[in-house]
Ligand binder design. Structure first.
Ligand code: COA
Length: 258
């Protein structure tokens, strides 16, 4: 599929890398959101082992394309586009890692929040600065940020628009790892490659249970886990993994992804 504002690379190690290439600041214009959604659909149709989403060295993504804002009519189109696009990556039944080298602002922060895991360079900066435009986050920020950093910190960030640097992002759980800028892509690719050779169906069940479980009650989540625990034993990889452990000890299984 042809893309103009991003690249989609499928590597031999099973990792797919999506790189935003929309000019210097990577605004998440309608056109880029459309391409991102198509890329997520392409990945869903032919699943890789894991996904890395990254942007520019200085700017991961500067958020929604502010030049495309207007009034409520435009917002009624742009908001669902953000939700659909970020939701499409969030729903991929694979580990999706954001590799954030620089500014992840507004929709850029929300795209990173839609990923399962965020690796940041020590130059990364996260913010939900919409309030400084007199508006609110529309790409999931009020919901996903609060689930990641807690309600009070999310409110403080969204109500001030304050920029959160990498060390603080790590401390509050917004970044899961912080590495030197020159190590960012290698680290993200190495983690993705490690996961890509794992028990992919078990990973998919795990991701679904954690995401869906967090939206409901503990009891409902535990009920879902009981079902998932039965479901996972129907996979070939569960037989391979258990047999390998009993015969050769831990960590030696070679999974097929089936
Ligand atoms: N949408 C549209 N254009 C944007 C943009 C955005 N989200 N972010 C930056 N730009 C444009 C600027 O208007 C500027 O355009 P110009 O060259 O025609 O004047 C160009 O990108 C470079 O931006 P500039 O601010 O001059 O660069 P910088 O390196 O000093 O700062 C940012 C880069 C990303 C830190 C800064 O532009 C910024 O804070 N952007 C806004 C982020 C934001 O509020 N996002 C939430 C949107 S809801």
């Amino acid at each position: 599929m042809a893309y103009e504002l991003l690249t989609l690379e499928r590597r031999d190690d099973g990792v797919a890398v999506v790189t935003l290439t929309n000019g210097k600041v990577n605004p998440l214009s309608r056109e880029l959101l459309d391409e991102l959604r198509r890329a997520a659909e392409e990945l869903a149709d032919d699943l890789p082992g894991a996904v890395v989403i990254t942007g520019g060295d200085r700017i991961f993504a500067a958020g929604a394309d502010i030049a495309q804002f207007g009034g409520p009519d435009e917002a009624a189109v742009i908001g669902p586009m953000f939700h659909d696009t970020i939701g499409a990556f969030a729903a991929l039944p694979r580990f999706v890692i954001a590799a954030v080298a620089g500014y992840a602002l507004g929709g850029g922060c929300e795209l990173a929040l839609g990923c399962d895991y965020r690796i940041a360079s020590d130059r990364a900066v996260f913010a939900q600065p919409e309030i400084l435009l007199g508006i609110i986050p529309g790409g999931g920020g009020t919901q996903r940020l609060a689930r990641v950093v807690g309600a009070s910190r999310a409110k403080e960030m969204c109500l001030t628009g304050r920029q959160v640097k990498a060390d603080e992002a790590l401390r509050i759980g917004l970044a899961d790892e912080v590495v030197a800028p020159e190590d960012l892509h290698d680290r993200a690719l190495a983690l993705a490659a490690e996961v890509a050779t794992g028990a992919l169906l078990a990973q998919a069940i795990t991701k679904r249970l954690i995401d869906e479980g967090l939206s409901g009650s503990l009891d409902d989540g535990l009920a879902m886990e009981r079902e998932g625990f039965v479901e996972v034993f129907r996979t070939e990889d569960s037989q391979i993994g258990v047999k390998s452990f009993l015969e050769h000890g831990p960590g030696k299984a070679e999974f097929t992804g089936a």
